[in-house]
Design a protein around this ligand. Structure first.
Ligand SMILES: [Zn+2]
Length: 218
């Protein structure tokens, strides 16, 4: 997915919100104000344009607990020292998407499985379900690791328990990702339009500090 400029003015037609969420509302308003969408065009009608803003905002909002979930599980499984960054949207080698960047580290065979399921667990904890779109790459990773997806609910449950035992760090990480995303969508819009800015970046050190219970000043 990538940000694409939308040239048409969006209408003021009110749509039912996919879910009530203050973060969604703020991100949705910013995307509309900046004429940005992460959905592929073309958009042929006002309804298409409005839908693109809404879906983009849903994806970005859900990415917050999703990526924070990946990060917290990695930190809890002792891989924090190789966490390089977390971002809500990144543009690397022409392939945009939310993500956590990890260095190499040897670990127990179950850890990569939990790491892959962690985003779905984070989203489910926050919103009661996970989105198929954000889960696609994670499910592909699990399949590649030889995991039987029939056992996914159990694996997600295990991740949820671990995330919940670090709930305040998980929430604080989401909040920092959210604040950075809002700041980037407000102040760094030209770089985002050109596709050369990662959105909402939190560094590995900041994530480690949050996990260790240290306060982050933004
Ligand atoms: Zn994921």
């Amino acid at each position: 997915m990538r940000f694409s400029p939308i040239s048409q003015e969006s209408s003021d037609v009110q749509f039912a919100m996919p879910f009530l969420d203050e973060r969604f509302d703020t991100i949705h308003q910013l995307l509309r104000r900046q004429n940005l969408s992460v959905m592929p065009g073309p958009f042929n009608s006002q309804a298409d344009v409005s839908k693109a803003y809404r879906e983009s905002a849903v994806i970005m909002t859900r990415t917050l607990p999703h990526e924070a979930g990946h990060a917290i599980i990695g930190l809890a499984l002792n891989a924090g020292d190789v966490l390089e960054w977390i971002a809500v949207y990144v543009f690397r080698e022409g392939e945009p998407g939310g993500g956590c960047k990890w260095g190499e580290k040897s670990c127990a065979p179950e850890h990569p499985l939990m790491s892959s399921a962690a985003g779905m667990a984070g989203e489910k904890l926050k919103y009661g379900d996970y989105s198929v779109d954000l889960a696609r790459l994670d499910k592909a990773d699990l399949a590649r690791l030889g995991f039987n997806l029939k056992n996914l609910p159990e694996l997600i449950g295990k991740c949820s328990d671990l995330i919940q035992s670090h709930e305040s760090a998980w929430k604080e990480l989401q909040q920092l990702l959210y604040e950075r995303t809002v700041s980037d969508l407000t102040n760094r819009i030209d770089a985002i339009r050109q596709g050369d800015l990662d959105v909402g970046v939190v560094t590995g050190q900041e994530a480690r500090d949050i996990f260790a219970g240290k306060a982050i000043t933004t």
